[in-house]
Design a protein around this ligand. Structure first.
Ligand code: GDP
Ligand code: IMO
Ligand code: MG
Length: 420
């Protein structure tokens, strides 16, 4: 049996915290896509940790953690992360596994990411520049190197061949960057990776499922950044939605039980691209400061706005969401009034659907106003004690989406969560 936790917005919904919270109910925690563009924040013994590639179950010592084949892996970042978690007492050598089919991010992928962004000028994606797009391009272009290739004696030859291809592309971009140090770090990290538990991920996970173990698949990014269904071209390069779990881990769709979707009580986006409910005013600034909305990976300020139910409804549909976790509800604690986008006005027509190219049409969000709860909820642990205006806000969202909000997260702390 497999449950999935994924983001329903443009990323940073609080997946790290929620996966860490739910991990106790599972045996295996597996990342199925994305790479070091992700930054998943956890608080362990009041210490903040940001994970980029290691699954967020790593702080539970009896759990198996798997980096699935759908991930693109940067060995250098992985090594740094391993050192960081080891310093916190985690024996990652014991319970962290990597699929041999996982594609590698090379130093030249990072250079190509930069070159590609520069070439786009004003149309840039706002990539995290971690080499994600170029690494996935080499996967679908059938050029990439995989973790299993490390064990092949021809690995260095294959690396050099691919590097030469990349160099030609970089020359076309007229982009020059000295990657000598990156390459040194890369080859050091490759040696480190050779000592890992490299497994055939699809047999590994299916064997665990057959033994009756419970798997939690951890998404990265968010549904609106999905390469097919997100706000293309302002998206990432992987399948961030529940369908990505099957191809990113090698499991069949019938094995998936719950799809737990996470949304913030409001909405954020980092990087370029359409964001209909974005607030360019003091309210947006307030949310950014109160919610500490600065990227976990790049430190960039996140764009902030009201919750967008049109986009959320779309995300629930394509993911088959069975329950919702609402995070950062505490950030709205001091508002007298809250807004919820329930429709888009597109060229004078009210719509409840996400248009084909959000960036090419003029979308005016239509809002419904709600009374704010104006109460500190950060210490609440029982739904019955929550203020009535908050329950009203949640119930409206429940009814609109037709999917129950089952948990409300009311602070960054590990146990700050209210079950409904
Ligand atoms: P992820 O990428 O989805 O894991 O999310 P990030 O870690 O990038 O960003 C979420 C941020 O919000 C982190 O700093 C979390 O510690 C924090 N956070 C998560 N849930 C809550 C919550 O309910 N309340 C508050 N105040 N912060 C939260
Ligand atoms: P987590 O898992 C928020 C955004 C980037 C950019 C676009 C493409 O922490 O939620 P990429 O580096 O993939 O080429 O960038 O996607 N992006 C994220 N935004 N959270 C993330 O991950 C993101 N990963 C990528 O800002 O707009
Ligand atoms: Mg994040």
């Amino acid at each position: 049996m497999v449950d999935v936790i994924l983001g329903l917005q443009w990323g940073d919904e609080g997946k790290g915290k929620i996966v860490d919270y739910f991990a106790k109910n599972y045996d295996v925690i597996a990342r199925f896509q994305g790479g070091p563009n992700a930054g998943h924040t956890l608080y362990v013994n009041d210490k903040k940790v940001v994970l980029h590639q290691i699954p967020s179950g790593i702080f539970h010592e009896d759990k198996i953690n798997l980096i699935g084949n759908g991930v693109v892996l940067d060995p250098v970042t992985l090594r740094k992360e391993c050192d960081a978690v080891a310093a916190m007492g985690v024996d990652y050598k014991k319970n962290l596994y990597i699929s041999e089919r996982t594609h590698l991010i090379l130093p030249t992928h990072r250079a190509l990411d930069k070159a590609s962004e520069l070439s786009k000028g004003n149309d840039k994606i706002g990539s995290t520049l971690k080499g994600i797009g170029p690494a996935y391009m080499d996967k679908t272009g059938r050029n990439g190197l995989r973790v299993g290739d490390l064990l092949d004696k021809n690995f260095t030859t294959q690396y050099i061949k691919l590097r030469m291809k990349h160099q030609r592309l970089l020359d076309n971009f007229n982009f020059h960057e000295d990657i000598t140090q990156w390459e040194e770090e890369f080859f050091d990290a490759i040696e480190f990776l050779r000592g890992f538990k490299i497994v055939n991920g699809e047999y590994f996970i299916n064997d665990k499922i057959a033994q009756g173990m419970k798997v939690l698949a951890e998404g990265a990014q968010g549904s609106m950044l999905d390469v097919d269904f997100g706000t293309f071209p302002f998206v990432t390069s992987s399948s961030t939605i529940s369908a990505g779990v099957c191809s990113g881990l090698g499991i069949a769709p019938q094995k998936i039980r719950d799809v737990i979707g996470i949304t913030k009580a409001y909405c954020t986006r980092v990087g370029s691209g359409p964001f209909p409910t974005e607030l360019h005013d003091a309210t947006g600034d307030f949310i950014r400061n109160a919610g500490n909305e600065f990227g976990s990976t790049t430190g960039r300020p996140r764009r902030c706005g009201w919750i967008d139910l049109v986009a959320l409804n779309f995300a629930c549909m394509i993911n088959g969401v069975t329950q919702i976790v609402m995070t950062k509800a505490d950030i709205l604690d001091s508002f007298e009034e809250l807004k919820v986008c329930s429709e888009y006005n597109v060229n004078g027509e009210a719509m409840k659907t996400v248009p084909f190219q959000m960036n090419r049409v003029n979308i005016e969000p239509l809002y419904q106003a709600f009374k704010g709860w104006n109460t500190d909820i950060s210490k609440a642990s029982d739904y019955n004690t929550l203020p009535a205006p908050m329950k009203n806000y949640i119930e409206f969202i429940n009814t609109y989406l037709g999917v129950p909000v089952k948990f409300i997260s009311n602070g960054p702390g590990r146990e700050q969560i209210v079950c409904i």
